[in-house]
Each structure stands twice: as structure tokens, then as C-alpha cells.
Design a protein around this ligand. Structure first.
Ligand SMILES: *Cc1c(COP(=O)(O)O)cnc(C)c1O
Length: 493
């Protein structure tokens, strides 16, 4: 919209620019659009008011488009067709589920945009079962009395992390917020300047702390913070917070106070210590083939932090949830906090998390969880999968393309092990740049959608995050994309 037209629109006047008049005059009456037989199915019935709103919105959007349109004035019949087609497509889209299945060929295991850790069938089934029936969510069946929801799940989490008690909330952001709000009591919160981090788009430490009603006291410098820095900044009623840097790493002239050193200082100074561990690792990194460096939850708890928080859907491999682990009387106080209800989870979340934690309790080696399996996938299996995919893809390969199985790297994702590269085997596809880009985009439009990597070296499919039975589907998606682009631009016969 031109700025003059925008100004007029803001004033609520309907004085279109003179050259717009003939264009806007051709916009069909809403009633005429609504009367079109193709929309009848969506509009009939008392509850179909929404479809009328869709048509109204399409008309408004068309008016906006016409303001910016150049070229010959389009006639009413054409605009009518455009409106009806768009409205039918929108209405059909609204009747489909909001999400669609995506095959993750990126090799990023905890991919936040793709929903982080996938759940094992046992957890999904548990969530489904508990959702479809009444359940003893908040009742002790033996006594018939009311009970705290989630007690059984929280006991499992506490045992696995070696903590006295645990509390499950909506996510780690909520866990940290509640823990700091309760323990900080509106006082100073000491945090290293190197840990005032942003995680995802909206989780920024200084803002979260502001929302707890506490006052952030930055300690040390961006690259170096020592225990003495904390000690010097201590004041009565202070809380010490340590945050895992998760999604970035620092190199060069750096120093940080270890959790153990902070725990010792806090114990000596009788000052509470909260640690945001981020990813919630419950097994030793070496078991997953990850380099040392990340601590497991049990080790964090054992250092003597008052409270440790983490996510349920990162390296723990479960569903979206936040865990607060630590001293029993503190957890009990959090449970009774007036704002806990605002961050509590649904029964389906509790059921899924319960199944995931049970997988840890029963595991003889690694728990049977998709994210854990993807991290621990042996190189031979990845090579074999890439080879299988190559065999299926190669017969349909367009002219001018090549395919190969090559060594590459996957990443952990989810703000954990930000600099760690997991060796993997990739299916690499090279071809004309434009065709690679088109293919990359069209794969996302397949059903299920397929996400792969695109970089200077071409397309890459990482089998680490693809299950065995998805391999054939990925191959079919490539074949589908190539078949249609062949028809469209006649590149293939
Ligand atoms: C991921 C992460 C969070 C946010 O966790 P959510 O479960 O997404 O709320 C907070 N802190 C750290 C250190 C993280 O890595």
C-alpha cells in the first residue's frame, strides 16, 4: 500500500486514490462470493460463520493487493474466481490437522523447529490412553483422597537424578522462573556476565529474571568470571544462579567458576544456588558417543545445588516439560507456590514423561528412546542406511545429477553440545544449483514433508534422524519431486 493510501486507511476514510477507483470497483460483492456453489459446503449450517469470516478476510486482502497492483484493471469475473479459489483453499486447509508429519533428514537430533525429541510409542500411547479416559490424576485410589498430580512421575525423576524430590512444570523456562522467583524472594540474583544468554527467540536470561521480581546482579566479565567475583558481589538475601551456556561456546582467554566451586562457596556463605542445566542428560555422554564436557543431571544435583532445572524434551529424550530437582523442602515449597498452577502440565504430558522415565528405570543399557537411539547410532548402521537410500534414489536421478555416500557430521541440536560434530554418513546429491534449490523446497511439500540439508556442496540427507521404515518414503519423495519437475520443465524424458 502506498503511504498515502495507508494514511487514508488509518484515518478510516474510504477515499481511494483516484487511479485505484476503477480497480477497486471490480471487487465483487461479498454476498456474490458467498453465494458461489463451491463455497456452499463450508457455509451451510449454524456453526459455519467462520467460513464467512474467511471470505471477508480474502476480500480485505484482495483490496490491499489491488492497491499495489500495476497493469491493466482486472475484471469482476476474474476477481470472483480468485476470491473463491483462495477461500476454498483456506477453508480446506483449516479442516486439516494443524501439523503434518515431517521426516527429519537434517541430522539435527533435537531440532526445536521440528518439535525436539520424538517420543517412543510407549509414551505416545500412554498420553493417548490417559487422555481418552478418566484417571487417578489427582486422587490416591487407596485412600480415595485428593493427591498432588504427578507425584509418581516426580518420584521417578528424583530417583534417576539422585535428588531428594522433583517437580514437573511446563518447560525449563517455567522451571527456572519458578525456582528463582521462590528462592530469590525479590532480592539480588548473581549471574555471570558470560551466562546472560538467549535461548531460542524468547528466553533471555535478564528478562526472565526481571519477571521473577528479582534484581539481576551481573558478575565478572563476558569471558572470565571467577568464584571471587561472585564472593565480592554477595549481599544479604542474594541467590546465585548458574546457567548452562547450551547454544554457544567461548574460546580463548576464558574462565568460569565451576558448579562445584560455586556450591562450596554458597554452602560457606549460606546462600542458595540454582543451576539451569538446560538439556537434562540422564546417561553418561560417553554412552552416547559424545565427548565428555557435559555433566549428567545426577552429577549436577550431587554437587550440592539447592535446585537444578532442565528440559524434558532435549537430551532427556521426552516430551515438553521442565524439571526442578533438589532439596525436598524447597521442592515442596515450589509445589505450594501460588503460581505453580500457572505452569503445571496436562495429564497427557505427565503420562508421556512417566513412560519416558520408566524407560530409563528399566533400561539395562541405553533407554529405548528415539532421540537417544539417534545420538548413539553406530557409524556402520548410518552408512548402511545411506547406502540403502542411495540404491532407491539412484534409478530416478535426473540428468546432470550425481549421488554418493560420503562421510559428514550431524549435530545434537536443542542448544546442547553446540560445537560437537557427530561423525555420520550422508547421502550427497549434486546437480545444477537451481534444480537443487527447487528440489530442497519441493521435498518440504511432500506428504510426509522431507527436510534435508542444502549447502554449497549440494543436498545432503543424514540418516541419523531417519528411522529404518522412513528410508523408502524419503526415496519416494525424491522420486515424486523429480517426476513432477521433469513434467513441468521438460528436463527429463
Ligand atoms: C533450552 C534451554 C532452556 C529453555 O528450555 P525450555 O524447555 O525450552 O523452556 C533454558 N535454559 C537452558 C540452559 C537451555 O538450554
Amino acid at each position: 500500500m502506498s503511504s498515502a493510501a495507508a494514511f487514508i486507511a488509518r484515518q478510516g476514510c474510504v477515499i481511494p486514490m483516484p487511479d485505484l477507483q476503477p480497480r477497486l470497483r471490480e471487487i465483487p460483492q461479498i454476498s456474490a462470493v458467498l453465494a458461489d456453489a463451491r463455497l456452499a459446503g463450508f457455509l451451510a449450517g449454524r456453526r459455519r460463520m467462520w467460513a464467512g469470516q474467511v471470505v471477508q478476510q480474502q476480500c480485505d486482502a484482495l483490496r490491499e493487493r489491488l492497491r499495489d497492483e500495476a497493469g491493466p484493471v482486472r475484471g469482476r469475473a476474474e476477481l470472483h474466481e480468485e476470491l473463491v479459489t483462495a477461500a476454498v483453499a483456506t477453508c480446506q486447509g483449516l479442516l486439516r490437522p494443524a501439523w503434518t508429519k515431517v521426516i527429519n533428514g537434517t541430522g539435527v537430533v533435537v531440532h526445536t523447529n521440528l518439535g525436539r525429541a520424538p517420543l517412543p510409542a510407549a509414551a505416545a500411547n500412554a498420553a493417548r490412553d490417559v487422555s481418552m479416559h478418566y484417571t487417578d490424576l489427582e486422587m490416591d485410589l487407596q485412600s480415595g483422597r485428593r493427591d498432588h498430580r504427578g507425584r509418581a512421575v516426580e518420584r521417578k525423576a528424583a530417583l534417576l537424578a539422585g535428588a531428594e524430590d522433583a517437580l514437573v512444570v511446563n518447560n525449563n523456562a517455567a522451571a527456572l522462573w519458578l525456582a528463582v522467583r521462590h528462592l530469590g524472594r525479590g532480592g539480588p540474583v548473581l549471574l555471570s556476565r558470560g551466562e546472560v544468554v538467549a535461548i531460542g527467540g524468547s528466553f533471555r536470561l535478564h528478562e526472565i529474571i526481571a519477571e521473577t521480581g528479582c534484581r539481576l546482579v551481573e558478575v565478572g566479565t563476558t569471558n572470565r568470571t571467577t568464584v571471587d567475583d561472585y564472593r565480592r558481589a554477595l549481599e544479604p538475601g542474594a541467590l546465585v544462579l548458574k546457567v548452562h551456556r547450551s547454544n554457544f561456546a567461548m574460546a580463548g582467554f576464558t574462565a568460569e567458576a565451576s558448579l562445584a566451586d560455586l556450591a562450596a562457596m554458597c554452602a560457606a556463605e549460606a546462600c542458595p544456588l540454582v543451576y539451569d542445566a538446560g538439556s537434562g542428560l540422564l546417561v553418561e555422554p560417553a554412552e552416547l558417543g559424545l565427548p565428555p564436557g557435559e555433566s549428567v543431571l545426577a552429577a549436577d544435583v550431587a554437587t550440592g545445588c539447592d535446585l537444578v532445572t532442565c528440559s524434558g524434551d532435549k537430551l532427556l529424550g521426552g516430551c515438553q516439560a521442565g524439571l526442578v530437582l533438589g532439596r525436598a523442602e524447597l521442592i515442596e515449597a515450589l509445589r505450594g507456590h501460588p503460581l505453580r498452577r500457572a505452569v503445571r502440565v496436562d495429564k497427557s504430558t505427565l503420562a508421556a514423561l512417566d513412560a519416558v522415565l520408566t524407560a530409563y528405570l528399566t533400561a539395562t543399557s541405553l533407554p529405548d528412546l528415539p532421540a537417544i537411539a539417534a545420538l548413539a547410532a553406530p557409524a556402520e548402521r548410518l552408512r548402511e542406511q545411506a547406502g540403502r537410500l542411495r540404491g532407491l534414489v539412484e534409478p530416478n536421478l535426473p540428468g546432470g545429477w550425481s549421488v554418493a555416500v560420503e562421510q559428514g557430521v550431524s549435530s545434537v541440536g536443542g542448544g546442547a553440545y553446540s560445537t560437537t560434530e557427530l561423525p555420520t554418513w550422508l547421502l550427497r546429491l549434486r546437480g545444477p544449483r537451481e534444480e537443487l534449490e527447487t528440489c530442497h523446497a519441493r521435498l518440504r511439500e511432500q506428504d510426509p514433508a522431507v527436510l534435508v540439508r542444502l549447502n554449497q556442496d549440494g543436498l545432503a540427507v543424514d540418516p541419523r534422524t531417519i528411522t529404518d521404515d522412513e528410508i523408502a518414503t524419503v526415496a519416494a519423495a525424491f522420486a515424486g519431486v523429480w517426476a513432477t519437475s521433469g513434467n513441468r520443465d521438460g528436463k527429463r524424458g
